[in-house]
Every structure is written in C-alpha cells, then in structure tokens.
Ligand binder design. Sequence first.
Ligand SMILES: NC(=O)c1ccc[n+]([C@@H]2O[C@H](COP(=O)([O-])OP(=O)(O)OC[C@H]3O[C@@H](n4cnc5c(N)ncnc54)[C@H](OP(=O)(O)O)[C@@H]3O)[C@@H](O)[C@H]2O)c1
Length: 454
Amino acid sequence: MAAPVAERKPLPTGTAGGGALRLGVAGLGTVGCGLLAILQRNADLIAARAGRPLQVTAVSVRQRRKKRPLDPGPVRWHANPVDLARDPEVDVVVELIGGASGPARDLCLAALKAGKPVVTANKAMLAEHGGLLARQAASSGTVLAYEAAVAGAIPVIKTLREGLAGNRVHRLYGILNGTCNYILTTMEQTGRDFADVLAEAQRLGYAEADPSFDVDGIDAAHKLAILASLAFGSIIDFRKVHVEGISRVSAADIAMASELGYRIKLLGLAQMEQGGLVQRVHPCLVPLDTPIAHVDGVYNAVVTESCAAGRILLEGRGAGAEPTASAVAADLIDIAAGRFAPVFGVPGRHLARLRPGSMRDHVGCYYVRLQVHDQPGVIADISAILKRNGISIESLLQHGRAVDDERGVPVVMTTHEAREASMDKALGAIARLASVLDRPHAIRIEKLNEAEEG
Ligand SMILES: NC(=O)c1ccc[n+]([C@@H]2O[C@H](COP(=O)([O-])OP(=O)(O)OC[C@H]3O[C@@H](n4cnc5c(N)ncnc54)[C@H](OP(=O)(O)O)[C@@H]3O)[C@@H](O)[C@H]2O)c1
C-alpha cells in the first residue's frame, strides 16, 4: 500500500550562524572530506546560491582521532551516527558512511522519520532500500537527495528527474563504473590481460582490495537500478538487474573487437523490451564511431534517448573526493534554497511496478570467440549448429594456422540479430563439439547508433 503523502514540512531556517542551514555529516572519509573542502573553499559562492550559508555543526566517524586531510572545526562529535538525526542543532543529515544496511540505513531512516532532509551518496543503500526510504521521506514530508550516488560529478539525477521531465525515455545506457572502465581501457592500450591490469589498478588505488563489487558489475547494477527507476517511473528493483562482470574479457577479445571496429565497455542498459523493463549490466562491443566508445579511463558517461530531446550524452568524473562531493553540495544548495522534487521523479503512489523483461527474449547481435582444433570441417560444423538455431554469421576471423594443435586456434565470429535463448542453445551445442577446446565466450554487441532511429 502506498504511504500517505504528508504535506511537505517548511524547510528549517536554523538558529546558528544567522539563518545558516546546519549540517550533520556522517562519514569523513573520501567523500566527507571532499565535501568539507568544497564547503570551506566556496563558502561565499555557496551561500549566495543557496540564499544562506551552509554550516557543518555536527559530524560522526568511527575513529575520531584518525588523521584527516581537513579539520571540520568546532563541531559536535557523535560516536553513534543515528544521534545526528536527534541532534537539535542539525537541520539536514548528510550520510557518507556507505553500506547498503547497518548504520547508514539506520541513520537515514531515523533522520527522515524526524522530518529532516537527507543527502546521501550511497548507491548500494538506495538500490536495496530506495523504496522504503522514499516512502518514509514522502510520509514525513521531507527530502531524500542522492545526486552523488550515480556517476559522481555528472548531474544525471537532475537531468533525468527535472531536465527531461517532459520526455518519455526510450532507452538509457552508460559506463557506470570507473574501475572497470579503467581496467578495460588499460587492457586495450597495453595489450595486457585482466588479472595483470587489475593487480596494477589495486596498487594505484583505482580498485579496492576486494574488487568484486566493481569487476563483477554489482556497483554498476546498483546505479542502473536507480537510473531505471527515474527514467521509467518504476519502483526500484535491483534484484531484476541482469549482471555480468568483466573478468572473462581477455586481451584477445579486446584486440579482435578492435579489428572488427568495436571497443569493449562494461555498460548498464535499461530499456522497455516487449512490454517488460530490461535492466542489464554486462560487457558490450560498442562501435568505434559512437561517442561512448571513447569514454576512457576512470571516466563515466550516461546516454539518455528520449522522445522530444533525442540523444543526450553526459560524461565526467564518476568518483573521487571532490567530484562526488560536488554533487552532494548541489543537493544541499537545493535544499537550502527550498527546491524540492519527489525522490524518484513522481510521488511514490504513481511509480509503476513494471514487469521485468526476460534476457532469454532479448534480441541482439553477438561476438563469439572459440578455441578450436585447426582441422577441416570445424567451421562447417559450427555454422550448421548456428543455422539450425536460426542464427546467421555476419563476419568470421581466423588468424594463422595452429603451431601446436593441442592449444588450437582462436576463431572469432559476429552474428546478425538473434534471440538470446537461441544463442545460448547454439553455444551449448557448439561447446559439445569434439573440435571445440574451450567454453565459447560470447559478448553482446550493442549497435547503439542504429537504435535511436528505430
Ligand atoms: N569514494 C568515492 O569516490 C565515491 C563515489 C561515489 C559514491 N561514493 C559513496 O559515498 C559513500 C562514502 O564513500 P567514501 O569513499 O567516502 O567512504 P570512506 O572513505 O570509506 O569513508 C567512510 C566514512 O564513514 C565513517 N564510518 C564508517 N562506519 C561508521 C559508523 N558506524 N559510524 C560513523 N562513521 C562511520 C568512516 O569513519 P573513519 O574515517 O573514522 O573510519 C569514514 O569516515 C559510500 O556510500 C560510497 O559508495 C563514494
């Protein structure tokens, strides 16, 4: 049942600092310290744009004595972040702790229940509990803002929720994880393999010690679920995102893709297909002549295709202290200035429960890499299986002859459009051929330019 929508409470005027909006910041790590830096450096400009100063009056961290790049000044320190929600000298709670549940969620719920606006960068929490938090914000008549949760500095939430409010979005896709984009870009530039580049990314601090959240596509899926909800007016449904990571992408795939006129990117895509909302995150071959193919390194990009505005590409820094804090600051200025929008663009009762589309029904083109014995008839056998499943080959690449037939030779093909269920069936049959040495590796091809005209 939809929660009753309360009247929105008047925004607090604050008591300290002559009408300042008083902030309670939970978490002074990468983003928290980035926020302090921006609030201190741009205090005058922010006060002018917000109509009043923003003042940090309270903070919460795990270890108060830890050395930090910035001193928050004379603030109240709370050992328990939930106390920020109860602090009478905090008007707005900024949650920069992280984690889908635990203290971050407890704090946000407590603040919203107390009628205090919440600003967060926490995509995991929103993807898992966004519906619950949005209902609480609506029933308390307050704000839940999260520009920083998707694509760091890129103002994609505002673009979808406000800038494109008059449009029906057909499709949305993007590079939503900087770590994966850095790894894929470096693999392409150096010809090195995934494990090697990942180890280097960890040494350089671009990848976590436990990289699975990033390289398995989970982080991108969290962000995609948030964007899909906004774009399609649907109840957020992270569990229905189809997710594949980049660990099976090899240097050979990247080189072959390049020869065929493509680059490999980890994309998140959301689109209505046959009446269902398909949300998917997986490596894709994207044509070299699309702008997104040239978004490199740790950069993120989001493309929206909508009925009136057409295609829009937003590109920028998707993470890092100040790029992420820039988005937090923008939300805070909106709150201080009294600008307000429903959490997912429309009041919660108008959000639809869209049927999830099935990947088995997805229709697209495929790149397939096979390792086969170098002997006559192999290609004919593979072609026959594809034909039986209604799949036609668009191009085929085989370089050289095998020096050592134990290891075989790589064969790469691209297909014309096929249904995913047919492709799976064909790949299963191909894998069982005696002449095929390894499990076939398929990567979806996204012909992004063609779709807009359709
Ligand atoms: N880093 C980025 O580039 C980036 C980009 C986009 C979104 N985000 C999101 O922003 C959020 C923060 O990320 P981050 O990278 O800034 O994290 P971080 O550097 O690990 O900082 C986390 C902060 O939370 C504090 N903290 C942890 N548990 C706490 C608890 N129980 N009570 C009070 N404080 C607690 C930590 O305290 P101590 O300092 O005392 O340990 C630390 O200051 C996450 O949701 C993340 O997904 C980050």
